[in-house]
Design a protein around this ligand. Structure first.
Ligand code: SAH
Ligand code: SF4
Ligand code: F3S
Length: 468
């Protein structure tokens, strides 16, 4: 019964949850917890949850059913398993989780997890009295100041790419979205702490960093010069950290793309030519009802300016179909914008009414079968552009950051500048290297490529024309 206690963390939802899950593991490491990939071995199970759509939230309860069974099995062997629910479902549902899932000992929101060691000790005390702990307040202290930096070996084990939260929360209040309620008001971290974190990552072998935030291009953190920095300024500074070969940022709002951000797409060689810029709908009427505060034409103008700065920029988006009141004509506008932009890929979702958001109480909800039918048509269009974009890469030579062993023996998997997975025959000692690869074949989800002989590293013509 001795030895380190084991921690199993499962992340749902967005990249920020992945980041937060790592931070929770880092906070618990000094408490003697080591991570395990096997939930049945764990002494502490943390589910880091997502509330964005109904399906995502319900997944948590089915997982909690399985976890309750593990907990019972362990109890029969005289072993106590503690169960914590973290993330956005924790924030949105709080006490309700305890009511629906009696196996849960602790509910902890995204703005309280820095107190995890204390909260676990409290949960242990409460357990003896038959009580559970719910921590979903938005404390005034800066969560990031209380986090434990990862050890170099923990960072190494997580691979050569990393996310860094630079901004959290959102003040935009799109009428469909729970994020402003679950993550709270928009807060930017000071630039100096972000740069220090990136330095640590680079020293531990990380080569590619993605700066993340719910509305990342609204970043306005304190700069080391005492002024407020924009995301563009932050990107410029992060690009100077030795060892960082490639930079990305996500997720951006079209309204917060400023001139400086467009300029870094032209001027910053480390910044990958790929941008996730969700439009949600192509219909001005729907965009207004969503409170997106831009039109389809505004969005296309931003893209035109970005492509003028970086002609081969690959664009991706998120779409919602069946937002309340969406007509067939509105949906036609969405299909049109997909064709106009020529996305390299996109995520698309049926509108899901979320408790407490304005759109949920609209009386013109769209029927489920209409949503399904529109989603299928939209996904056909997206897949067509995705396939065309990938097909246009055949014969191209570009830099691939080799990340990990691939599917077949002797193969490594990496990412292209455009974020496509690329399978390359290469020796494992090349993991962590940025290598020139020539694309030889196109799969459904991956590209296949071969290492290029040195001296042949130039890029083939721009991808932007590939839209159609
Ligand atoms: N921070 C991200 C949003 C994360 S949610 C951003 O601002 O882009 C990711 C995507 O989920 C959104 O872009 C939207 O397309 C989708 N989404 C959010 N709420 C939804 C809802 N109620 N129903 C269906 N899709 C939703
Ligand atoms: Fe949600 Fe993004 Fe809109 Fe913010 S900008 S409310 S996170 S969809
Ligand atoms: Fe989901 Fe919360 Fe991220 S709702 S998408 S985990 S911000």
């Amino acid at each position: 019964m001795s030895g380190p206690r084991k921690l199993y963390v499962k992340s749902y939802g967005c990249q920020m949850n992945v980041y937060d899950s790592h931070r929770m593991a880092d906070l618990l490491a000094p408490e003697g917890f080591v991570e395990t990939a096997a939930p049945e071995d764990a002494d502490l199970i943390v589910l880091n949850t997502c509330h964005i759509r109904e399906k995502a939230a319900e997944k948590v309860y089915s997982e909690l059913g399985r976890v309750a069974k593990l907990k019972q099995d362990a109890a029969r062997d005289g072993r106590r398993v503690t169960v914590a629910v973290a993330g956005c479902v924790a924030q949105a549902e709080g006490q309700e989780i305890i009511r629906r899932a009696p196996a849960v000992d602790l509910v902890v929101g995204p703005q309280s997890y820095h107190r995890l060691p204390d909260l676990l000790a409290r949960a242990e005390r409460e357990h003896r009295r038959g009580e559970r702990v719910v921590a979903t307040e938005f404390p005034i202290e800066d969560k990031f100041a209380f986090l434990t930096p990862p050890t170099t070996s923990a960072t190494r084990a997580r691979g050569v790419t990393a996310f860094v939260t630079v901004q959290e929360g959102c003040d935009r209040f799109c009428t469909f979205c729970v994020v402003p309620y679950t993550r709270g008001a928009e807060v930017s971290r000071p630039a100096a702490t972000i740069i220090a974190e990136v330095r640590h990552l680079a020293d531990a072998g990380v080569r590619e960093v993605t700066l993340i935030g719910q509305n990342v291009n609204a970043y306005h953190g304190d700069g080391p010069d005492g002024r407020t920095w924009t995301l563009a300024q932050l990107l410029e500074r992060v690009a100077e950290v030795p060892g960082i070969a490639r930079l990305r940022y996500t997720t951006s709002h079209p309204r917060d793309v400023d001139d400086g951000l467009i300029a870094v797409h032209r001027d910053l060689p480390q910044l990958a030519p790929q941008l996730h810029l969700p439009v949600q709908s192509g219909s001005d009427r729907v965009l207004a009802a969503m409170n997106r505060r831009h039109t389809g034409a505004d969005y296309l103008r931003v893209i035109e300016r970005l492509r003028a700065a970086r002609p081969d920029l690959a664009l991706t988006s998120d779409f919602i179909v069946g937002f309340p009141g969406e007509t067939e004509a509105d949906f036609g506008d969405t299909l049109r914008i997909v064709d106009e932009v020529g996305y390299s890929g996109a995520f698309s979702f049926k509108y899901s009414a979320r408790p407490g958001t304005p759109a949920a109480s609209a009386d013109d909800q769209v029927a489920e079968d209409v949503k399904s039918e529109r989603l299928a048509r939209l996904q056909d269009a997206i897949n067509r552009h995705h396939a065309a974009f990938n097909a246009g890469c055949r014969g191209m030579t570009f830099d691939v950051l080799l990340e990990k062993p691939g599917r077949l023996p002797g193969q490594l998997t990496g990412r292209s500048p455009y974020l496509q997975p690329v399978q390359v025959m290469a020796d494992t000692h090349l993991i962590g290297e940025m290598v020139a690869v020539t694309v030889t074949d196109i799969g459904t989800n991956s590209l296949f490529g071969a290492l290029t002989a040195p001296g042949r590293q130039e890029m083939k013509p721009a991808l932007a024309a590939l839209g159609a």
